[in-house]
Design a protein around this ligand. Sequence first.
Ligand SMILES: Nc1ncnc2c1ncn2[C@@H]1O[C@H](COP(=O)(O)OP(=O)(O)O)[C@@H](O)[C@H]1O
Ligand SMILES: [Mg+2]
Length: 154
Amino acid sequence: MRLDEPGLERWGERIGSTIQAPVVIALEGRLGAGKSVLARAIGHGAGVEVPMPSPSYNLLLRYPASVQVDVVHIDLYRIGSPDELWELGWSQLGEGNEIVLVEWAAQAEGFMPDDHWIIGLTVPEDELLLRDIEVRRMGHPPELPAFPMSVSVG
Ligand SMILES: Nc1ncnc2c1ncn2[C@@H]1O[C@H](COP(=O)(O)OP(=O)(O)O)[C@@H](O)[C@H]1O
Ligand SMILES: [Mg+2]
């Protein structure tokens, strides 16, 4: 599936507003692929009303999204080694009522929880304003909403 930026944002907002927490979603793709764009859209869909800056230095930023749900936005690009995961409170992630969004989840090596989604974003060679989206289910995470067919491209 190929989406333009507004289409990706609409889909992300729908994920945030409909998904059943707790859930863990890994966002994959090279720098500039749109991982943070999608993370922000999911956060805003879940009810986060403040800006969501990139967690590339803090590694983890937590936002109350609604009375019950927190959005946890993680970016592991700069993590030195998986040991640092435990300082982030990694062992409890996704146990409470949280939507956990992990950029560069591959840096967590084998430490992702059994049940999670992987959303891969790639820039097509000839279409720099579109993103190819691939969704993979690991274990049994709660259902993701379907793509917004009305705004998809290609
Ligand atoms: N279809 C698209 N989906 C997402 N981002 C897009 C799209 N087209 C262009 N962009 C641009 O690509 C960039 C993605 O940046 P960002 O989300 O920070 O990437 P990442 O977090 O993967 O490094 C933004 O500048 C955004 O405006
Ligand atoms: Mg990013």
